[in-house]
Design a protein around this ligand. Structure first.
Ligand code: FAD
Length: 676
């Protein structure tokens, strides 16, 4: 055997599930040297997660493949609740919109995880040479603590071992469903023991296993799922509990007389348990079935289910009991699994802001609210641009602390929500008002409607920090979250009253605006693709009003000056908009002005390409797609305002046109001067 190969890389990602792939796509978009390894020989092909929430679709759209997911997925429009009437007969007791209308330009949709992973892989290949290295597994990880604060150091050393194909293939149980072999998801479910140790042992024994190599990395992201090897190496753990509720999951093409089989349904039977129906693409339906009669290994609360007693026949038989008098069976079974509900969250999300954990590696919960894959991808959507900007030398390492302060709060909120929702879902329905042990359907509906906003992902509101200029949130201190101090933030606080509809800390909502140059309508979010850039949006109001035009000119002069954030924090040898993109959305009638009525900083000129036509937009009526009324939607007054938007579309700052220098003050709090 030759010498062990040693390589250097900025970012090493362990695990190529949804969280790892989101991280890899960010790195690809930002041009960061990256490796991503996965112990499995292949990606997921069927089953697993399927729910795509509105915010996730917005994010995918910003990454360039939202349209693929939107087109291929099944869209869920209505949520139907079924429960027994006074005589104990199952009937539809209520129906509501599945996604609260007006939350987003997308609604909840469903598509299997394998397709979603495909979109990420294609996008990575499109814009970089990063490829998932499969059948590769880390065997050791060490951190040189002496150099962790040196931004140029490679303090993490990871040994990687190549596995054989056999080692990298999970052992599926083959269930005979009318003669068809079926892959199950038990190897990844929480009913199955982690197979990492077994695979490592195998790889040591197998003389044909590939070479070992050593990777020196600046940053490591452990996106290696609920059994996370990375988490164990850095000595972190998950806190939380398990419940007694055991669920089976079937992906089937159902044969049934149940009238709402193509709606999302929650069915509570009188005393046989509950079902969640998720209509999917290609006539598939996912059925989550509560298994009330399956034996467990131990009698005590929280003990594991006996996996050997669960199979598709048992799950469909339980489904039949719950759905009676309706009939349900199948000829086509695509995938199945079983799991026991548990809610756990990581005590810490990183060590030294060098090794980070994301996705199921730091939070696990029940899948029925369709959150796991979404929140996992949103973790690394939060982390990716931050690591990229630090690696590029644009920002201080201090912003990396905000990953934990922002995402741990989301994970805790998710666990709290899931705890409540899964108990309401799994409990038996109350027989009448005096039945205090049972679940009241009004309480279930209420929890669903309140939870709808949360699960959509659009309500995430990041707390005060160097990159979110707002007053400290006292509850962040209560939760023990390490928000940055006012001093570290330079104490800049937004004037939220200037745009009440653009909440500082939340993602920017989307409203249609028109291009000033060619009258084409765009969703505002479409103007903010995920490429690592910050956006400074100037809302000058009606620029035909001389006062507003003068204010816009003084903002432009400030942004164009040698002391501004643009000049100080953009490398002189790169494009002028490499870090910041300046956009205007005005409110004068579109036909009354042209791009030449706006300061040159918003329509830069190049000898090769002429003027930049895609920085100036207007709040006006379009020919074919109505009027977005963005000023009204965001509550922006005639006075206008300046809005800073992070590379992940969250609003960082809202301030007055009269104080353009505040934008430089904001960026000075965490950016690295590029002035030589
Ligand atoms: P994973 O998807 O688990 O990916 C981890 C990756 O790391 C895997 O590819 C694994 O092979 C790799 N890996 C693990 N260990 C190592 C190692 N030591 N070295 C190298 N690689 C390693 N979520 C939803 O949002 N909506 C749903 O509807 C939904 N339904 C679900 C239904 C079921 C039955 C189950 C089981 C889960 C469901 N989930 C759902 C949850 C969802 O699948 C997970 O939350 C999501 O996949 C988490 O993504 P992740 O990238 O963090 O982890």
């Amino acid at each position: 055997m030759g010498p062990i190969k040693e390589t250097y890389v900025d970012v090493l990602i362990i695990g190529a599930g949804p969280a790892g792939l989101m991280m890899a796509v960010w790195m690809a978009k930002c041009g960061i040297s990256t490796r991503i390894v996965d112990k499995r020989g292949t990606k997921v092909f069927s089953g697993q997660a399927d729910g795509l929430q509105c915010r996730t679709l917005e994010i995918m759209d910003s990454l360039g493949f939202g349209h693929r997911a939107w087109r291929e997925s099944n869209h869920m429009l209505e949520f139907c609740m079924w429960s027994p009437d006074e005589a104990g007969r199952l009937r539809r007791s209520d129906r509501i919109a599945d996604t609260t209308p007006g939350l987003s330009r997308f609604q909840q949709a469903v598509l299997q995880q394998g397709r979603i992973e495909r979109f990420f892989l294609d996008e990575m290949a499109e814009c970089s040479d990063i490829r998932v290295e499969r059948a590769v597994m880390p065997t050791s990880l060490t951190i040189d603590e002496a150099v962790v604060e040196d931004p140029d150091s490679y303090p993490i050393v990871v040994a990687l071992r190549h596995l054989t194909e056999e080692e990298a293939t999970p052992k599926h149980t083959t269930a005979a469903a009318n003669g068809q072999p079926v892959h199950d998801g038990l190897f990844r479910s929480n009913l199955t023991k982690d197979d990492t140790a077994e695979m490592l042992a195998l790889s040591k024994l197998n003389e044909h296993a590939g070479a070992e190599q050593i990777v020196h990395a600046k940053y490591v992201v452990g996106a290696d799922g609920a059994h996370s090897w990375t988490r164990r190496q850095i000595g972190l753990s998950l806190e939380g509990d398990s419940t007694d509720y055991i669920w089976g999951v079937l992906d089937i093409v159902p044969i049934t007389d149940f009238p709402d089989i193509r709606m999302r349904c929650a069915i509570h039977s009188a005393d046989s348990g509950s079902i969640m129906i998720i209509p999917r693409e290609k006539k598939l339906v996912r059925v989550y079935v509560q298994l009330t009669t399956t034996a467990k290994v131990g009698d005590e609360a929280g003990s594991r289910a006996d996996r050997s007693k669960i199979n598709p026949d048992i799950i469909i038989a339980e489904a039949q009991k719950i759905m009676a008098p309706y009939q349900i069976s199948y000829q086509t079974l695509d995938w199945w699994t079983a799991y026991q509900i548990g809610q756990r969250v990581g005590t810490q999300f990183s060590v030294h802001e060098r090794v980070f954990l994301a996705g199921d590696a730091v939070h696990t919960h029940s899948p029925k609210a369709g959150q796991g894959m979404n929140v996992s991808m949103q973790d690394t959507f939060n982390l990716g641009w931050k690591i990229a900007s630090v690696v590029k030398g644009q920002t201080n390492r201090s912003i990396l602390k905000t990953y934990e302060s922002e995402r741990r709060k989301v994970a805790q909120d998710l666990i709290t929500f899931d705890h409540k929702f899964s108990r309401l879902f799994s409990g038996r329905p109350a027989k009448d008002d005096t039945d205090t042990e049972g679940v009241k359907m009004e309480d279930f509906k209420d929890a669903f409607m309140k939870g709808n906003l949360f699960v959509s992902g659009t309500s995430v509101n990041y707390g005060a920090s160097a990159i979110v200029a707002k007053a400290e949130d006292p509850s962040a201190q209560r939760d023990g979250i390490d928000a940055l101090s006012g001093d570290e933030r330079g104490c800049l606080i937004s004037d939220q009253a200037l745009a009440p509809g653009l909440v500082v800390g939340m993602r920017i909502p989307s409203v249609k605006v028109l291009s000033q140059a060619d009258a084409r309508p765009w969703h505002l979010q479409e103007l903010l693709p995920s490429n690592g850039r910050w956006r400074v949006l100037v809302f000058p109001g009606n620029v035909q009003d001389q006062k507003q035009a003068d204010r816009l000119t003084s903002v432009a002069n400030n942004f164009d000056s040698r002391d501004s954030f643009v000049a100080r924090f953009t490398a002189a040898d790169g494009p002028i908009d490499a870090v910041f993109e300046l956009l205007v959305v005005h409110k004068a009638p579109r036909s009354a002005v042209t791009i030449f009525d706006f300061p040159p900083v918003f329509r830069r000129f190049s000898d090769v390409e002429g003027y930049d036509y895609d920085k100036i937009y207007v709040d006006d009526v379009s020919y074919h797609e109505g009027h977005g009324n963005i000023y009204q939607e965001f509550g922006i007054s005639e006075e206008g305002c300046i809005v800073v938007v992070r590379p992940d579309q969250h609003v960082s700052y809202v301030g007055s046109l009269r104080k353009p220098e505040a934008v430089t003050q904001f960026f000075s709090g965490f950016m690295v001067s590029q002035v030589k």
